[in-house]
Write a protein that binds this ligand. Sequence first.
Ligand code: ATP
Ligand code: MG
Length: 401
Amino acid sequence: MSAPVLLPGATGLNGSGQQTTLGVMGGGQLGRMFVQAAQAMGYFTVVLDPDVISPAGLVSHYHIKTDYLDEQGLTQLLQRCAAVTTEFENVPAGALVTLGAARPTAPSADAVAIAQDRIKEKAHLARSGVPVAPYAVIESAAQLAAVADDLLPGILKTARLGYDGKGQVRCANRAELAAAWNDLKGVPCVLEQMLPLAAECSVIVARGWDGACVNFAPQLNLHREGILAVTEAYEENMPLALAEKAVAATKKIAKELNYVGVLCVEFFVLQEGSPERAKLGGLVVNEMAPRPHNSGHYTLDACDVSQFELQVRTLAGLPLTQPRQHSASVMLNLLGDLWVDGATPAWDKVLALPGMHLHLYGKLKASKGRKMGHLTVTAATPGQARTTALDAAKILGIAPF
Ligand code: ATP
Ligand code: MG
């Protein structure tokens, strides 16, 4: 469906006086930041999320508290809003089909269905001609037995519903692989060869209904225990040739998907001199996210247009302009681990550092590995951004990077 332009603010002021309202499926932190960006531009917002206290629901004009497939909930959402987006890839594709038949819905059910299933995702990436980690699909005992030896050691990943390293098991040999698949209850999985990583990066693009596509420069990402810990965003964060390759691959993936909205593609940079690099090239796609991404949170503070504003613009059919990063930036994720014994971290000390931007998501319970918020440092130079981020990490008890 091509989309009409949905201008923000009240329409029909000399008569009916209605507010243009944008909807989002999911009430997590990504939905919250989408809602905040939409509201800043004058839109009303509606969130659908079954959780009665959700980060996005807490700040939205309207919050529909039903299951994602609840017919009444979806009907209410359609009555309220002029267009719908999603903030996480595990929204049932069926809900997006219903919504897409009635309102501009971006990303589409088709694109989300691909991104939420690693088997479909890898097939799509192969069609797009971008290298992925060597892998095998495991949906049956026969496929398990037929796994090629060179995929081990590897990582067994459930095809669906994984995030932050959940649903993944590292396997050194066949016996561990068989045990891991059994532990995962024999659900459809992919086994990926364990690759020698020099680094990880990601690229975020926004693509409009007319195919116009803009991008942020690649972010350099450090994961700890399968969870994003640090993002470094500045010009010298990786070799230029690699950065250009990553941007071109991401734009190609978006185009092949006929994608509308914000898309993030995560990449592995392979170790120099490794046989895997000789075979696959320097850059391998890990996975994609059909939405803004944790590695793009720095864009709120360090760029003239954020990934969330671009999500609003794509959805509403507004012009997309190429983002410009005005500050070097480092982002630190704030995980629940920091709330040791329930004590509040020393935000006052952290905020005494220059160029520090604190974002907390309004979550009422901290647990290990739970994303509670993030800190973005902006600075004139990469060196200053890193130094300040390391100072903040020290105050908070986050390991240096
Ligand atoms: P996300 O929170 O990004 O959705 P996820 O749970 O989907 O994460 P992946 O991105 O597949 O998980 O993997 C998490 C991390 O595990 C990667 O960022 C990387 O550090 C490591 N990893 C995953 N696959 C491989 C691989 N084939 N070789 C080496 N390391 C890997
Ligand atoms: Mg990932």
